[in-house]
Ligand binder design. Structure first.
Ligand SMILES: Nc1ncnc2c1ncn2[C@@H]1O[C@H](COP(=O)(O)OP(=O)(O)OP(=O)(O)O)[C@@H](O)[C@H]1O
Ligand SMILES: [Mg+2]
Length: 352
C-alpha cells in the first residue's frame, strides 16, 4: 500500500510522491549489495530514514545497526570509541571494551553528519574503513570487522573536497553509491499524508482545513519534514478549534501564502482556462496558488475540476497533473463536493 506508512527500525515513513517511491525503490535495490552509500539532502529531509531503510532491506537486518553522530565525536575519545580498548590500555580502563566497528560486525554502521568531521578524525576513520585489520588500544590481537557503511550529510561533500576540507580518499570510500533525498517543496503530494501521520501521533483528533492544507502545500519548507512536524505539533497544541485553519499556522507560512508572486497571473490563466473550455490547458494552471478563497473562486474551481476530470475520462492522477495540484488535494475536493450534495457522479473514476 502506497498510503499507509511503512516503518524502518521503528521510524514511520510516508512515501506517497512519485519521487519518494522511486527513491525507495532505488534504496531497496542498493540494499541487496554491501556497497557504501552516501546519502545527501537538505536538513530534515529524511536522510536518517533512508539509512535505516538500507539496513532494513538488507540481508544484515537481523544484525547490529550502529548509529554514530560524527559532529558530536569528542576527539580524545574517537580512537577508543571506534577501535575499542583492552583492560589497562589507559588509566581508568578497568575492563576491556569493543569498539563500534567490532560491535557492528555483520551489520551496518551509520556515520551521520559525516561532512562535519574534522580532517584529523577523517584520517583516523579512513584507517578502519579501509577494511584493514586493526588492534584495540593496548591490544595485541588483530580485529577484523565486516561492516556495511552508510553515511549522511547535508553539506556539499564534493565542494568540501575541492576546498581541501574533506579527504578525497575518504569521500570515494564513502560514496560508492550516492542517494539524494529531495526537499519537501519538490514533492508537495507528501505534505498532506505526512501531516496526517503527525496528526495521528500528536493531533488529538484534530484536522487541518482545506485552505490551511493548501497554504502548507504552497510553502517552501526550508527545514523540510522536521519543520513540518514542528508546525503540526505547534498547531495541534495551540489551535482553539478542532479544525486547524490558516490563521493558526505560523506567520511565515501565512505570509508566503498571501504573497505568492504568481497568484495573479495564475488567476488569469484559471479564468482563461474556464472560459476557453480548457482548449489551452497543456501544462497545468497552478490552481493551488490561485485559491485565495471566495465563493466565486470556489465555484469556478469546481467547474474547472469537473471539466478537467471529464476531459481525462475520470483519471484523477492525470487531472491533478493538468490542474497543477496534488492528487490528494484533488481527492479531498471531490469528497467535499460529494458531501455538499454537488456530487461528481458524472465523472467515472479512471483506472490508476
Ligand atoms: N517520509 C517521511 N515520513 C515520515 N516522517 C519523516 C519522513 N521523512 C522524515 N521524517 C521525519 O522527519 C524528521 C527528520 O528526518 P531525518 O532525521 O531523517 O532528517 P535528516 O535528513 O537526517 O536531517 P538532518 O540533516 O538535520 O540530520 C524525523 O523525525 C523523521 O522521522
Ligand atoms: Mg540526520
Amino acid at each position: 500500500m502506497i498510503n499507509s506508512p511503512q516503518s524502518f527500525l521503528g521510524m514511520p515513513a510516508v512515501l506517497c510522491s512519485r519521487l519518494m517511491r522511486d527513491l525507495y525503490a532505488k534504496v531497496e535495490r542498493i540494499s541487496r549489495s554491501s556497497v557504501a552509500v552516501l546519502i545527501c539532502g537538505e536538513s530534515g529531509s529524511g536522510k536518517e530514514l533512508v539509512a535505516r531503510a538500507i539496513h532494513h532491506y538488507s540481508n544484515r537486518s537481523t544484525k547490529a545497526w550502529i548509529d554514530l553522530n560524527c559532529a558530536a565525536l569528542p576527539e580524545q575519545l574517537v580512537e577508543s570509541e571506534l577501535f575499542g580498548y583492552e583492560r589497562g590500555a589507559f588509566s581508568g580502563a578497568d575492563v576491556g571494551k569493543p569498539g563500534l566497528f567490532e560491535m557492528a560486525n555483520g551489520g551496518t554502521i551509520f556515520l551521520d553528519e559525516i561532512g562535519d568531521l574534522d580532517l584529523r578524525l577523517q584520517t583516523k576513520l579512513l584507517r578502519v574503513l579501509d577494511g584493514v585489520a586493526y588492534f584495540r588500544l593496548g591490544g595485541t590481537k588483530k580485529v577484523e570487522s565486516d561492516v556495511r557503511i552508510v553515511a549522511a550529510t547535508n553539506r556539499n561533500l564534493e565542494e568540501l573536497v575541492r576546498t581541501g576540507k574533506f579527504r578525497p580518499d575518504l569521500y570515494h570510500r564513502l560514496a560508492q553509491v550516492c542517494v539524494t533525498v529531495p526537499p519537501l517543496r519538490e514533492r508537495i503530494e507528501d505534505i498532506g499524508p505526512i501531516t496526517t501521520l503527525f496528526l495521528s501521533q500528536h493531533g488529538d483528533g484534530r484536522s487541518f482545513t482545506l485552505d490551511a492544507t493548501q497554504a502548507m502545500e504552497a510553502y517552501s519548507w526550508p527545514g523540510n519534514v522536521r519543520e513540518l512536524r514542528n508546525v503540526v505539533i505547534q498547531c495541534a497544541l495551540l489551535a482553539n478549534e478542532e479544525e486547524i485553519c490558516t490563521l493558526d499556522l505560523p506567520e511565515s507560512i501565512q505570509d508566503a501564502y498571501a504573497n505568492l508572486p504568481h497568484a495573479e497571473s495564475d488567476l488569469k490563466r484559471l479564468y482563461a482556462a474556464v472560459n476557453d473550455g480548457l482548449c489551452e490547458i497543456k501544462h497545468g494552471v497552478g490552481l493551488s496558488r490561485s485559491l485565495q478563497n471566495g465563493a466565486m473562486l470556489h465555484d469556478m474551481e469546481k467547474r474547472l475540476i469537473l471539466q478537467v476530470l471529464q476531459r481525462t475520462a475520470g483519471h484523477q492522477e492525470r487531472a491533478a497533473l493538468l490542474l497543477g495540484i496534488s492528487r490528494s488535494t484533488l481527492s479531498r475536493k471531490l469528497k467535499q463536493y460529494d458531501e455538499s450534495g454537488h456530487g461528481v457522479a458524472m465523472v467515472a473514476e479512471g483506472e490508476e
